[in-house]
Design a protein around this ligand. Structure first.
Ligand code: COD
Ligand code: ATP
Length: 533
């Protein structure tokens, strides 16, 4: 038998709980060691209850039971202090708050070969050795690839205080998560029980039977529809809670390979994203709790560099410059000067009408063979005649064609995510209410009536066609009123080219200031914590 009280690594507890609790559960929490380790201590008779050493793990503690326990030192000696950088946010006699970088495991585990945070802590805070155990001072955890705030107790009293605080859920914990997709609601609560995935034990899953209750609340800070930045508060602290809960609303955390957040390279944007995202984009950014003297402590961490890079990249959408103006005003000419590779809705419509393409089938189905020429191709003149006196049919055609054009426009923009701005010659953008988009800037093109009409006649349009097609569009005044910039195309093409060069400059500046503004607004929202959870 071991003389427990004469050993340096001895722990003495008096059980004060009202309910009878299993000793293995009690000691696992108190000593911060797994239950299997408690069992081995009991088996080795390194633990006693009221001086009785024959104790089973299922023994239920009664009030005032005296528990004496000696942690065997073999394991502890394995954790040798190691030099490593710690980013301290707060430090006093009792505890520290630090900013854990991604990729650092909190405490030793069989699968972890690299030094852990505990190794570094022992180097900087040798007094932690007194606390003992495999997890000295550790009162809560963050996954290896999650960054952010972690509290570490520096003495046994503080460790017990914080352990109780965390397990009684008296700590406000808020995380930031960059996710794929967009939650259906701006904010919401996810309350779904979690347990080990029965098919894959390394994963957690929602389990209505046998899962432990888990509750998270989220708010959307920013979204572009495809990716979102969420603020998540957790009310329970289950393993992988945020990661699993967010997948249940269709928003896996970017980079979280275990739960469907892997980045699949589809285009330029995802290619860059894959390079930037090296881990799950989850960051513990805020902690709030009260101390024994009732003082409330609040901590907020800065965004880690990799998280910031990904976020800024996602905020870098190009400015979408949409040219509007009446037919013949010179939109296409201006577009060419702004960007040779501009997007032309008219061109897209032309390709969609080609034999075998989507538009071709749909129009033929709707309007029959009378819009075809002898080669069974769509004859635009016949089509125009068909539509000119039938506004119902025209609107039906637009209902089919505009979403197809808009889809192509979105693809076009996505493939040019690296540019400061993209140019769309989309004459009906305003009229057809393409999706609302805060990144759009309208540029109006004005050309004197006579010159405009002359150009259209030259194009082969009849007076009737000019009047008719104009009547399908908003008036010049209504169009130009919605524009941030208006280009007066009264002179010749050379002058228009000069104006285009000036406009280009202004667009680049506008884009830079818009991004700056967007970053500012997002960062302000990140800082504002107590908003409606
Ligand atoms: C009316 C049609 C047959 C005329 O064809 P045509 O080859 O003569 O002209 P084109 O397609 O090059 O269009 C020239 C200009 O007309 C104007 N315009 C074309 N269609 C429309 C429309 N439905 N409503 C208002 N203006 C239109 C635009 O300013 C456009 O830039 C054709 O444009 C058409 O099928 N339109 C319906 C589809 C549509 O809405 N297209 C606009 C692109 S988003
Ligand atoms: N400043 C100008 N000087 C001379 N010709 C011009 C000028 N601006 C435009 N044009 C000519 O007028 C015609 C109509 O211009 P453009 O095709 O650019 O108009 P648009 O606004 O794109 O019309 P639509 O909406 O019908 O496509 C073209 O032949 C173009 O070359």
């Amino acid at each position: 038998m071991v003389d427990l009280e004469s050993k340096r690594e001895t722990f003495i507890f008096y059980y004060k709980g009202e309910k009878k609790q299993r000793i293995d559960i009690f000691l696992s929490k108190k000593l911060n060691i797994p239950r299997s380790k408690v069992k081995s201590l009991l088996d080795k008779q390194l633990c006693s209850v009221n001086n009785n050493f024959q104790i089973k793990p299922s023994y239920r503690l009664k009030i005032n039971d005296k528990i004496v326990c000696a942690l065997d030192i073999e394991n502890k000696e394995l954790i040798s202090p190691q030099k490593g950088e710690l980013s301290l946010v707060y430090h006093d006699r009792d505890f520290i708050v630090l900013d854990k970088p991604p990729g650092l495991t909190v405490h030793p585990a069989p699968s972890e070969k690299q030094p852990t945070l505990v190794h570094f802590l022992l180097y900087h805070f040798p007094s932690l050795k007194k606390i003992g155990g495999e997890r000295p001072g550790i009162v809560h955890r963050l996954d290896k690839d999650t960054s952010g705030l972690l509290v570490v107790a520096l003495n046994e009293q503080s460790r017990m205080y914080f352990s109780e605080l965390f397990s009684a859920r008296k700590v406000d914990k808020i995380y930031l998560a960059l996710v794929r997709g967009k939650p259906q609601k701006e904010q919401g609560i996810i309350e779904l029980p979690l347990g080990r995935d029965l098919k894959n034990r390394t994963r957690m899953a929602v389990r209505s039977k046998g899962g432990k209750p888990a509750k998270s609340a989220y708010q959307v800070i920013w979204t572009d529809g495809e990716y979102s930045l969420l603020k998540v508060k957790i009310f329970t602290g289950r393993t992988h809670q945020i990661r699993v809960h967010l997948t249940t609303i269709g928003c896996p955390i970017l980079g979280d390979k275990t739960y469907g957040g892997e980045i699949i390279v589809k285009d330029y944007k995802t290619k860059i994203l894959k390079k930037l995202v090296k881990r799950q984009m989850l960051h513990a950014s805020f902690l709030n709790f009260s101390l024994t003297n009732k003082e409330i402590k609040t901590f907020q961490s800065k965004l880690p560099l990799d998280f910031k890079q990904v976020l800024y990249f996602l905020l870098q959408e190009p400015l979408k410059v949409i040219l509007v103006g009446l037919p013949g005003s010179g939109k296409t000419e201006l577009a060419k000067y702004l960007d040779k590779d501009f997007f032309s809705a008219d061109k897209i419509v032309h390709t969609l009408y080609k034999k075998g393409k989507d538009g071709y089938f749909l129009l033929r189905q709707m309007l029959g063979d009378e819009i075809l020429n002898f080669n069974e191709e769509i004859d635009r003149n016949k089509l125009w005649k068909c539509l000119k006196d039938n506004s119902y049919l025209r609107k039906e055609v637009e209902k089919i064609i505009h979403p197809l054009v808009f889809g192509r426009w979105q693809e076009y923009v996505r493939a040019r995510n690296f540019l400061p701005f993209v140019v769309g010659d989309i004459p009906l953008y305003l009229e057809s209410r393409f999706a609302k988009d805060e990144n759009v800037v309208f540029v109006g093109v004005f050309r004197p009536e006579e010159e405009r009409r002359r150009a259209l006649l030259k194009r082969g349009w009849s007076e009737e066609k000019i009047t008719q097609i104009e009547s399908w569009q908003f008036s010049q005044e209504v169009k130009l009123r919605q524009c941030t910039f208006v280009v007066d195309n009264s002179g010749d093409l050379k002058l228009l080219q000069k104006k285009a060069a000036i406009l280009k400059n202004m667009l680049v500046k506008l884009k830079a200031s818009k991004v700056k503004n967007k970053i500012f607004l997002v960062e302000e929202k990140i800082k504002k914590i107590e908003t409606g959870f």
